[in-house]
Design a binder for this molecule. Structure first.
Ligand SMILES: Cc1ncc(COP(=O)(O)O)c(C=O)c1O
Length: 383
């Protein structure tokens, strides 16, 4: 049997590789982006109550009405906008499915989609799987700012989509309202659709504001905005997220969604609806993560890393060029895991091609004790 792979270049991801290496060497795993602390007890109780109450059959295709209403209410508090839960919100099996579905809904074979690297690892394969072409633009440390003129100059008659991730994993950078204005004018001029991955919308620090495409009228008209309850409620294993888009885009989105998953886990949607309707479930997130960031960063500095400014997400980028300038970032991450028992992610994994920047990413969505143990180990690098 001969198989012509649709994704010949896709292999095991760096996350799987680094987590396996961490397990093999008994390393503290600050590589993959998931918490090692429990989610809110109220959320767990609500899940159990939903199953006991008999909510165990298929949910409506677009998502449980109560959950879509809770999202509408939250967006009103957050951005003072009115989103129609019937025609503009679809519940998905995590953000990854929402991203794939949006891409599959609008890209045809031969179309082009612009990605800003460093970019999350599902974007390019999701585009390639449609027979479309990812066009990568590399952003550089330390601030990973976007050169919009360069973005515009890569647009061709085949370009259909620009993908943004705000706040950005792994760059930890954010887009300003000026960035969104320029993006809107480019998208209008070239009639492009925007896919905005905003899974880290609440993880934004130092009093800054998250600038969502949903709060920008011109962008909202032409954007899919994607979110993840896994990230917001410390429950990555639940794999529930959602996509907000205007009715015409949502209608195309649901055509794919209904044959990809049809409907998403029913009891989880009941539990999330109850939890989300309490604004306190998401309003304290920046302070919660700032405490963790403040715990990890001095330890990294003491160990000899130079830190890049973290404006958002639950990751800290660290330049290791004063520690092992002889190693590229993949070899450094392996060395740190094997020799010093702390696993990180090399940021070159998020680029199609880029010069080595000697930067690795640490996840600080971890219990205090996990972070303290990691710091103890990292401090020994200099001994
Ligand atoms: C930028 C980004 N988008 C999407 C996802 C995936 O979210 P989910 O687990 O809800 O599919 C992640 C997870 O790490 C992410 O970092």
């Amino acid at each position: 049997m001969s198989i012509r792979s649709k994704l010949p270049e896709v292999g095991t991801t760096i996350f799987t590789t680094m987590s396996a290496l961490a397990a093999q060497h008994g390393a503290i795993n600050l590589s993959q982006g998931f918490p090692d602390y429990p989610c809110a007890p109220g959320l767990l109780d609500a899940l159990s109550a939903a199953t006991q109450a008999g909510h165990n059959q298929y949910a409506p295709m677009a998502g449980l009405p109560a959950l879509r209403q809770a999202i509408t209410d939250k967006l009103k508090i957050q951005h003072a906008i009115e989103i129609n839960p019937e025609t503009e919100i679809t519940i998905t099996a995590g953000a990854t499915q929402a991203l794939f579905t949006a891409i599959a809904a609008v890209l045809h074979a031969g179309d082009e989609a612009i990605l800003l690297d460093p970019s999350y690892d599902s974007y390019a394969p999701s585009i390639l799987a449609q027979g479309a072409k990812p066009v990568h633009i590399a952003l550089s440390a330390p601030d990973f700012s976007v050169d919009w003129q360069r973005v515009e100059s890569t647009i061709t008659p085949r370009t259909r989509l620009i993908l943004i991730n705000n706040p950005n994993n792994p760059a930890t950078s954010t887009l300003s309202s000026e960035d969104l204005d320029i993006l809107a004018s480019i998208a209008e001029k070239h009639d492009l659709i925007i896919l905005a991955d905003e899974v880290y919308e609440h993880l934004i620090y130092d009093g800054a504001t998250h600038h969502s495409v949903l709060a920008h009228p011109a962008l909202r008209e032409r954007s899919f905005a994607v979110y993840s309850f896994g990230k917001t409620f410390h429950a990555t294993g639940w794999k529930v997220g959602y996509c907000v888009a205007p009715p015409a885009l949502t209608s195309e989105f649901r055509k794919i969604h209904q044959f990809l998953v049809f409907a998403v886990n029913t009891p989880a949607q009941h539990a999330l609806a109850a939890h989300l309707s309490q604004a306190s479930s998401w309003q304290g997130l920046p302070a919660f993560f700032e405490t963790k960031r403040a715990l990890l960063t001095p330890g990294l500095v003491t160990a000899g890393f130079k830190l890049l400014r973290c404006r958002g997400t639950y990751f800290q980028l660290a330049d290791y060029s004063d520690i092992r300038p002889d190693l590229n970032d993949i070899d450094f991450a392996r060395w740190l895991t094997i020799e010093h028992g702390v696993a990180s992610i090399p940021i070159s994994a998020f680029y199609k091609s880029a010069p080595d920047q000697q930067i690795v990413r640490f996840c600080f969505a971890k219990q205090e004790q996990t972070l303290l143990n990691a710091i103890d180990r990292l401090k020994r690098i200099r001994n």
